[in-house]
Write a protein that binds this ligand. Structure first.
Ligand code: PRP
Ligand code: URA
Length: 214
């Protein structure tokens, strides 16, 4: 399945991101290295995804003279990982924006239907005033991302971005067609889903690899 040119879908091209994703895919990459790579990739993608953050001028005195110089406007960023695997991306974003608030959305894919089963949602207030970055390393069928963004919008969230490390074309289509207002940042677009709705070639189960469970 190919995805057509879509507004609001950004596939990363930076060689560092591509290299680190290749390390992630390797089944011999252990838990500690896997976690570190997820964090680093999230930071590199975050750099791209936050390129449109608004700036405002402040006055600063340098050792030479006073000057007017820009800083990020307001402190209204919310990072929202989808549990569990999205948690692995949080430190990367917080290293860029240490004052961001962090919400959590809990859901897992049902083993048989592959539909998301939500179990938790806690978002920082006022959510309607924040730029919200939803994090999940894997966009497979898109069910989890769509449901998470539904929940955020139901609670008033408006300015939402979604960031993943690996996406399947099927998931991109579903997320983009359901929430066309949400920009999607993708580390790599993979080939397809298999019969179990795992991404091919993918990296396996991201949550299990981050947390060392199986
Ligand atoms: C994985 C992944 C996404 C979801 C993607 O979570 O982290 O949340 O699957 O699949 P989808 O696009 O088809 O919805 P999983 O259900 O394995 O839960 P976990 O992170 O707790 O392991
Ligand atoms: N969730 C994962 O962790 N990996 C996949 O390939 C699909 C869903």
């Amino acid at each position: 399945m190919e995805i057509k040119d879509m507004d609001n879908v950004f596939i990363m091209t930076h060689p560092l991101i591509k290299h680190k994703i290749s390390m992630l895919r390797d089944k011999s990459t252990g838990t500690n290295e896997f976690r570190n790579l997820v964090e680093e990739i999230a930071m590199l993608e975050g750099y791209e995804a936050l390129a449109d953050l608004p700036l405002e001028d402040i006055e600063v005195e340098t050792p030479i003279e006073p000057c007017t110089t820009p800083v990020i406007a307001g402190r209204k960023l919310a990072i929202v990982p989808i549990l569990r695997a999205g948690l692995g991306m949080v430190p990367g974003l917080l290293s860029l924006c240490p004052t961001a608030k962090v919400g959590h959305i809990g859901m897992y894919r049902d083993k048989v239907t592959h539909e998301p089963v939500p179990y938790y949602c806690k978002l920082p207030k006022p959510i309607e005033e924040r730029t919200i970055i939803v994090l999940d390393p894997m966009l497979a069928t898109g069910g989890s991302a769509v449901d998470a963004i539904d929940q955020i919008k139901e609670r008033g969230g408006k300015n939402i971005k979604f960031m993943c490390i690996i996406a399947a074309p099927e998931g991109v289509e579903k997320l983009h067609s359901t929430h066309p207002d949400v920009p999607i940042y993708i580390g790599n677009l993979d080939r397809e889903l298999n019969e179990d709705d795992y991404i091919c070639p993918g990296l396996g189960d991201a949550g299990d690899r981050i947390f060392g469970t199986k």
